[in-house]
Structure formats: C-alpha cells, structure tokens
Write a protein that binds this ligand. Structure first.
Ligand SMILES: [Zn+2]
Length: 202
C-alpha cells in the first residue's frame, strides 16, 4: 500500500468510520479490536503493509480490499455485526515503488523500533526525539541516512557534535526504510498471529 493510500481518508472512509465507531464505543473490547494489526496483501498475495483493523474494515467496505482471514472477533454497529479481518487483500494490483515509505518521524521511529540508536534504550514514541547524526548546524541534512531515533538524554549529551566528537557510537548505520525493512517488521509482528504465517514465510 502506498503512503498516499494510507493517508487517504475519503468520504467513504469517513462514512464507514462514522457508521462503526459510535456503536463500537458502547461495547467493551470493540475499541481494542479496531486497533488490532491486519496484514495487507497485494492482489498478488504479496504482503505489503500492516494496518489497524479499523483501516482494514474501511478498505473492505470501500470495495478496495477483501478479507482473506478473520481474527475471530466481531465489530458491532446498530444493525450489523462485521467480522474483523486478520488479513486482507487488495482487489487491484498496486505497484509498490522500491522506496515506498515517506520520510517522517513516525517512520524513522518505526525503522529504529523505538530504540535510541546511541544507548539502545527502548522507549515510547513520546519519549524519543530525532537526532541529526551530522548536526544541521554542521550541514547535516534531514534524510533517512542522517536521522535516527534518540532519547532526550543522549540528544542533550551529543548536542552540536558528530558522534565521533561526542564519543558516541550508532548501533547501526541508518538506512532508508524500504520494503525489505517493512517485511522484516511484518515478520516480527507476524510471529504473534498464526494466520499471517502462510503469507509471510513463503
Ligand atoms: Zn539514548
């Protein structure tokens, strides 16, 4: 799924969200079901993304995707109960560009798995910042290769220095977040969902 598509919340999706969310809010457990991760397959069955169940249901309701596997939960609205998908497949093949992820704070934290790249501490997103490896004041650019997840303490310690000057070492060389990285993360997540396995470990 392209980032464009991920951020698209057209009239139909707003309608779908409106249809299901108020009813869901009345039932304990449904809110959690809406956040459950769903594996997104291309029309060719190639895994391309992971999204929240709520987003997956919107894609199914819009007729963009179909449910391949269910997670066993139902989502209730006033009139209907919908089976919550665990795996969906796009009905039309989408060409996924080699580097399909947008450069964003969220995606950099995802790439670095919420781990400070200097001290290896895993923290919630709110407690991480982005560090320019070569500081901006020294000509460092805002690119995949120069931005890493960093805790506030390491960020303060590093200040306007390069890692070498600060005597700090990066856990690994920062790279663009490409499809390979996404698949790796999907595999890690898929370990908790047996229904994903046959699509991820082929
Ligand atoms: Zn740190």
């Amino acid at each position: 799924m392209s980032p464009r598509m991920e951020h698209d919340a057209g009239p139909t999706s707003r309608l779908a969200a409106g249809l299901f969310l108020p009813a869901a809010a009345h039932r304990a457990g449904d809110g959690h079901a809406l956040l459950a991760p769903v594996l997104v397959l291309n029309a060719s069955y190639e895994p391309i993304n992971v999204c929240a169940a709520r987003r997956a249901l919107v894609l199914v309701l819009k007729g963009v995707a179909m449910t391949e596997e269910e997670n066993g939960h139902f989502l209730h609205s006033a009139r209907v109960a919908m089976r919550v998908p665990s795996v969906i497949r796009l009905l039309e093949y989408r060409r996924i560009p080699h580097q399909s992820r947008a450069l964003s704070r969220k995606n950099i934290l995802l790439r670095d798995r919420n781990t400070c790249q200097y001290c290896a501490t895993v923290l919630p997103s709110s407690e991480l910042t982005l560090d320019h490896v070569i500081p901006r004041s020294r000509g460092g650019s805002s690119t995949w290769e120069n931005l890493v997840a960093c805790c506030h303490s390491c960020n303060r310690r590093k200040g306007n220095q390069t890692p070498i000057e600060a005597g700090m070492k990066l856990m690994r060389e920062p790279r663009a977040f490409n499809l390979h990285t996404s698949r790796h993360i999907m595999r890690l997540m898929g370990r908790s969902d047996d229904k994903w396995r046959k699509y991820l470990f082929y």
